[in-house]
Design a binder for this molecule. Structure first.
Ligand code: 4AD
Ligand code: MG
Length: 478
């Protein structure tokens, strides 16, 4: 195919009066003369000026919104306002027609719900192309961050036989015939006859395998899809989401918090530097939306201001117990404004409590540590008090929990004792326990919910709008 130049490069370049070819989709066609062309390389469109007098009228008719075209001509300084350069077309060709009457993506404002139903086409809108460009930048920044620090990226398996979080919210993987399931003598499903000779599921976390790798490579991270069959229809839960899970040997909870805070700040800073056009667009979008809302519901800070604030401020660190005191005595709790009123130490914190701490009390990101052991996973390192574990959750404004992690229980006796208490079968986890038998070391790690981070940096309210094809209860379309 003919070589094309990207619109992002043309807009930035100062080489004028060159002959170039661009390809893209028509966003609008004004006065039978001006095409606004977008190729996804930037939020900006290139104005293509059509020589309407000499152009075939039949061709002009095909320049509809959504049509794919290729345009060759001279790039000149723009005569009009609002753009730096424009292309004076000498040769125009339609690559793919678009029936403008039926095309769902009209040049007007669509609701996000409508665009979700048209997720196969929503990437052609400004909002979603901006979100997905930023998603890419965040991916890249995360790899950059860990690579620069000497971490190795580990590909943890997607199909596993274990439940890393012990929460039992897993999608089963099987090749058994659902209409004719083999049953053993005990009347239960005979998984020996299944593909792997045992029951398997899609992974809920790559942590356990990351731990194995860290106890040899010292510093590793995973970046992969994870699956949870929890029936959560919220704006922060997906059934299929991506998680980044660093795991570090010779590290404790403080090292873990330092790493997480540094990583978040690095990534946010990176996006601020590389994606300003897209951030500016998304920021304006939120400002426009907020105008329709009552003042109390509006964003306290503009998007870029919020990101900068996050990079510039030290995250507040406190224990669960300290946070619990604040929450139990706070106004919304006393006045029973919370859906879950906090009364007894040991209760799990809900998103409303996390958001109160971050948005109302401290007004900045918060790291909570040392949670009651009964609300956390079996692998977390037990504190000397016998009631709490070396856990850490990072809470972000507008999001709540963005990171969950801990120091790991590296002492074999303590780990097995906890597994027994929690009813986690040891025989299936010998490979995990081996690390505690052979050269065990203190180690720590965390899981960053990738989509929640994308929500934070883009300001998108619903997690279903920051992943190209969201999976959630009742929906596996596209
Ligand atoms: O807190 P979680 O469950 O921690 C783990 O899975 C640990 N194995 C991580 C580790 O220590 N290596 O999940 C980690 C993060 C959460 O803080 C949240 O941001 C995100 O993953 N997350 C979800 N994101 C979207 N949809 C869901 N259903 C999510 N569940 C968790
Ligand atoms: Mg968690």
């Amino acid at each position: 195919m003919q070589k094309r130049e990207k619109i992002a490069d043309l807009i930035q370049s100062d080489q004028l009066d060159r002959k170039v070819t661009v390809m893209g989709w028509i966003r609008s066609f004004r006065n039978d003369r001006f095409i606004a062309l977008n190729d996804g390389s930037t939020i900006k469109t290139l104005q293509v000026v059509v020589d309407q007098e000499n152009e075939d009228p039949a061709l002009l008719k095909r320049f509809t919104v959504g049509a794919a075209v290729t345009a060759t001509g001279k790039i000149i300084e723009s005569q009009g306002k609002g753009q730096s350069v424009e292309l004076v077309a000498e040769k125009l060709e339609v690559l793919g027609d678009c029936d403008a009457d039926k095309y769902p993506i009209q040049p007007k404002k669509h609701s996000l719900e409508f665009l979700r139903e048209n997720a196969h086409l929503r990437v052609r809108t400004n909002t979603f192309s901006a979100v997905f460009r930023i998603r890419h930048a965040v991916t890249f920044a995360i790899h950059q961050f860990f690579n620069d620090k000497g971490f190795y990226n580990i590909h943890s398996p997607i199909i596993t036989g274990s439940d890393a979080e012990g929460a039992g919210e897993m999608f089963q993987v099987t090749t058994m015939d659902m209409d004719n399931i083999p049953v053993g003598e005990d009347g239960k499903v005979d998984y020996k006859q299944d593909f792997f000779g045992k029951a398997t599921n899609l992974t809920v976390s790559g942590q356990l395998q990351a731990e194995l790798a860290a106890l040899g490579l010292s510093q590793v991270y995973t970046f992969g899809p994870t699956f949870r069959a929890e029936n959560s229809n919220t704006s922060r839960h997906l059934a299929e989401f991506w998680m980044i899970e660093p795991e570090v040997a010779f590290a404790d909870l403080d090292d873990n918090m330092d790493l997480a805070e540094e990583m978040l700040k690095y990534v946010i800073q990176y996006v601020m530097e590389k994606c300003d056009d897209d951030l500016q667009f998304l920021e304006n979008r939120i400002v426009q939306e907020d105008k329709q809302k009552p003042t109390a519901e509006r964003q306290p800070m503009d998007l870029r201001e919020k990101l900068k604030f996050c990079v510039d401020n030290t995250f507040e660190r406190l224990t669960y117990t300290e946070a619990f005191q604040i929450l139990r005595n706070c106004k919304p709790n006393k006045k029973k404004k919370f859906q879950f009123v906090l009364d007894e130490w040991g209760a799990d914190l809900q998103s409303e409590h996390e958001r109160f701490l971050v948005e109302k009390h401290f007004k900045k990101p918060v790291i909570l540590t040392d949670y009651p052991k009964d609300i956390k996973s079996f692998y977390m390192r037990q504190n000397d008090d016998g009631t709490t574990v070396g856990a850490m959750d990072i809470l972000f404004p507008g999001i709540g929990e963005i990171i969950g992690g801990s120091a790991r229980e590296e002492r074999l006796d303590k780990l097995t004792q906890r597994m027994d208490e929690m009813g986690i079968p040891q025989d299936e986890m010998q490979w995990f326990l081996d690390t505690r038998k052979y050269g065990t070391v203190p180690h720590a790690g965390y899981g960053l919910g990738f989509e929640r981070l994308i929500q934070f940096v883009t300001g998108m309210a619903n997690i279903r709008d920051v992943i190209p094809f969201p999976r959630y209860p009742g929906s596996a379309e596209f």
